[in-house]
Write a new protein. Sequence first.
Lengths: 347, 347
Amino acid sequence: MRDQNGNSRKRRGSGRATIHDVARLAEVGSITVSRFLKQPDLVSAELSLRIAKAIAALHYVPNMVAGGLASTRGRVIGMVIPNISGPIFANTIQSFSDVLSQHGYQLLLASSYFSIEQEENAVRAFLGWSPAALVVTGQYHTKATEQLLATASIPVVETWDYQPRRKPIQVGFSHYEVGQQAARYLYDKGYRRIAFVQNSIAGDISALDRRDGYVAVMQEHRLKPWIFIPNEAAPFESGKQAIDALTMRKHPAEAIIFANDNLVAGAILAGQRTNLRMPEHCAIVGFGDYAMSSLLLPSLTTIRPPAKEMGEIATLRILETLGEISVEKKVRRLNRLTCELIQRESA
Amino acid sequence: MRDQNGNSRKRRGSGRATIHDVARLAEVGSITVSRFLKQPDLVSAELSLRIAKAIAALHYVPNMVAGGLASTRGRVIGMVIPNISGPIFANTIQSFSDVLSQHGYQLLLASSYFSIEQEENAVRAFLGWSPAALVVTGQYHTKATEQLLATASIPVVETWDYQPRRKPIQVGFSHYEVGQQAARYLYDKGYRRIAFVQNSIAGDISALDRRDGYVAVMQEHRLKPWIFIPNEAAPFESGKQAIDALTMRKHPAEAIIFANDNLVAGAILAGQRTNLRMPEHCAIVGFGDYAMSSLLLPSLTTIRPPAKEMGEIATLRILETLGEISVEKKVRRLNRLTCELIQRESA
DNA sequence: TTGTAGGCGTTATCAC
DNA sequence: GTGATAACGCCTACAA
């Protein structure tokens, strides 16, 4: 039974042209069409031409679902990120997605909101799609996630963190060292009463690593670590709360390291209101280098994570593991990236 | 031939437990397992229990790819957005993805960088995944995209724009009216020499609609429209260039509408350097209400698009069309959202 | 270089 | 309420 296009009428089908329709029109075997699409070198020029015409005539779009099922490995790659809309991760997603789509892979995205339980759900959901690879954020996961990732037998990349001797491919940086970097910078500038303001989001474990780096440097110099934990939920409010608590006291902080630039934004706004001058009264170092960080008054001295680079390199490492490309040795060793301290007005 | 788990050894397979493995362990037919997962009401309590146990024992994760192939409609939804990392669209993505995943759908994401050709590529790639629905940004597409969307016979949603009498489901707002809104606001404040600064990104067609709205209001009042087109690529630079050109002249602009807040950020920084006082010397209205907009000095009067709402409502409309949920009539009519003018210091 | 047979894991269809 | 069977559209394996 044929419909008006000469296609066989299917009981269930999607209605779209299939590889068989193309093959019939081009008068070749379907497998030749498949080869034409995947390994064009193996198909003769003559058949290639006929096939190309048939594809165009039928508006054929290969069914990736069927292909994925047949090859038991789909051309999707899942990515779990704490926060899609956060200023910090968007660049990683963007560059990841861009490089990926150039190689015919699609990005499946989910957000965990810094909850490792939500991350587990996302990973579980992704696995149902037989992804070619998975990308997660950070090194801290639930036991179940660890196990899912281990048994998935696909490339797994951890971004936004770095820990030697871990199984997954790492493309990130050491948060601990970022904490050290910030503390040393301030110490070297002569500050001694240096405080650290934690993130208001409890699930942000990486921020605790940065705190630990700060603590280590303080102890190195026999200074007492001074940690402030905001009890506000909103980042701006937390920042305000922190700077008030740390500066409006008898022995105020000379310098403050904030867990991220969002907190700083709140702090700086509060400072403008109270005429707190930075860095004269209090120096500030943030983390993240968000778009706004250079626009604040004072502009913000902060540590810039290699967000875009992580996305790019993660993709390259994945594509290499999948045999899609071969990358230089240089790239293959780029597990551990570094953050740059951007010196501006606030410290 | 069975392996150690009692599963039949497959020549190709993924190695994961299949619905058949579950069925065998639970001693039921595979279709009953399928029903247990999709329509639990139709399965007796006794079998349900056995199946649940088997699923847990085997760590069974349904293969969505196979399911998608069999049902010719996968549980993925594709979304094309101009810019993932842009401050403006991220909220739409986030809320869209969140509601979606609550209903068991996955988000496929691609960015167009304001190029309708890239959008076409993305749509084509998405269609290969038999998505349950597609979301695109804006109402301007290539002919081919229009055709792809029309023949896909799946729900299509256009966000971030609104145009009556278009075929796709619309969840957005009128950029033309936003342009009018900004112009009227400034006119009502007494400004007459009002200029409009276009976006430096040529592909941002919606920004031209905003410009047209501004032009219309100016002509309404018999004022001469004054449009500045930056020739810089970078938004901050464009903003600086624009404010310099529009204010450092004999008859400077009294007020400026910028195509977006990124441009304004550059302009305000330039103004701080030249001691241009806003709004005294020049009032400014932006568009987007980015995170930084309230932090600038002066804080920015701007028009806030309903980014999060668009994502949420788009998802609801899609899920409703797919028969997943039923929404109130109220929501069903929410095609046209409105933008709020946020009054701050700059105008 | 090209083709044939059969499987990938699930669901639609129909029968009991 | 439950199950057998046949698609779904492509790809791997093997053959010619």
